[in-house]
Each structure stands twice: as structure tokens, then as C-alpha cells.
Design a protein around this ligand. Structure first.
Ligand SMILES: [Ca+2]
Length: 182
């Protein structure tokens, strides 16, 4: 067997193995968070910007901000609902679902221009979670894209991506060489 054919087999095998690993591990990690519902159990206990009755009553309502805290560090800001009570339930939809294996906690803040106060922080769960004055309900679904995305951020995923591109590169170089020599 010529070295070119051998190299082509090895590269082809590597490419197929990388794609298979990506599909399998992406599927394993594809359970993803798609929305969070927040309900304040007692509206009288929600944070207020100030306690002056009747004065700018709407603006005094809380500015809830929800963050996904990642296990690997960093966070995803799901957005802020300015001047809105959560007494009837507030829903945050994730435009890009986040793989559940990546999520450490969900952090609820009352957003402020200076320092936002953490109101509650809860782990992700299948059941509704109550902490303090709040109830969190999570919706998850299979998202292959989120799984693959999350997989490529792991060291193994990065290595596989590197191996894939290296194999493709060697294939192209080998093909060019064989064309020029042939
Ligand atoms: Ca406010």
C-alpha cells in the first residue's frame, strides 16, 4: 500500500470518527434549557426602588434580571424586565437554548445602575424550585444544536475539532501532492 493511500485511509477514518463522536456526544448533551418562569409568591415582599407610597409607583417596581451561571465560569444574560412585578409570573424564553450539563445555577437579580442585588439563586431542576419569595419553573427540551455547541466547548470537543481539521488539511495536501506527482 502506498504511503498516500495509507494516509488517506487514516485521515478518512479520523474524519468519520470525529463526526460520529460529535453526533453521539452532542446527543448526550442535547438536553437544553429553553425557558424559565418566575413567580413572586408574595408581591408585597418584592424589592422596590424606593418606599415612598404613590410616588412614581410604576418605576418603583423591581427590574428583574435573570442570568444562567455556567459551570465552566461566565454567565448568559437572559435579559431584564424593567418595572414589572412577578406576581402573575414572568417568562424568559432562551433564544439559544443552553445545554443543562453546562448550567450551575440560575441567578435572579434586581437590576440597578450601580450594583445589581442578587434576589435568589437556584439550581436547575425538573420540578419547580422555591427559594425565599420566588418560584422558578424550568422548561427543557432536546436541542441537538445546543448539545453540539456545548460539546465543542469541552477540552475533548476542542481536541476532536482540531483532529478533524488536521485530517482534512492532510487529506487536501496529500491529494495535491499525488496530483502533482502523478
Ligand atoms: Ca424599577
Amino acid at each position: 500500500m502506498s504511503p498516500f493511500v495509507l494516509t488517506a485511509w487514516i485521515c478518512g477514518g479520523t474524519i468519520i470518527a470525529c463526526v460520529l463522536a460529535c453526533v453521539v456526544l452532542g446527543f448526550v448533551r442535547s438536553h437544553a434549557l429553553v425557558s424559565v418562569k418566575l413567580t413572586a409568591l408574595d408581591p408585597d415582599q418584592e424589592p422596590r426602588d424606593h418606599d415612598v407610597p404613590l410616588f412614581r409607583k410604576t418605576e418603583a417596581l423591581p427590574d428583574y434580571q435573570l442570568l444562567v451561571i455556567r459551570r465552566e465560569g461566565g454567565s448568559v444574560n437572559l435579559g431584564t424586565r424593567p418595572n414589572t412585578s412577578a406576581k402573575d409570573g414572568l417568562v424568559w424564553e432562551l433564544t439559544e437554548p443552553v445545554s443543562t450539563v453546562e448550567i450551575a445555577t440560575l441567578r435572579l437579580q434586581d437590576q440597578d445602575k450601580l450594583v445589581s442585588d442578587v434576589v435568589a439563586e437556584v439550581p436547575l431542576a425538573g420540578e419547580p424550585v422555591e427559594e425565599g419569595n420566588y418560584r422558578f419553573e424550568f422548561t427543557t427540551r432536546r436541542s441537538f444544536a445546543a448539545g453540539v455547541d456545548s460539546f465543542f466547548q469541552t477540552p475533548v470537543g476542542m481536541a476532536i475539532k482540531g483532529a478533524f481539521f488536521l485530517a482534512v488539511f492532510i487529506c487536501i495536501v496529500g491529494l495535491l501532492l499525488s496530483v502533482f506527482q502523478g
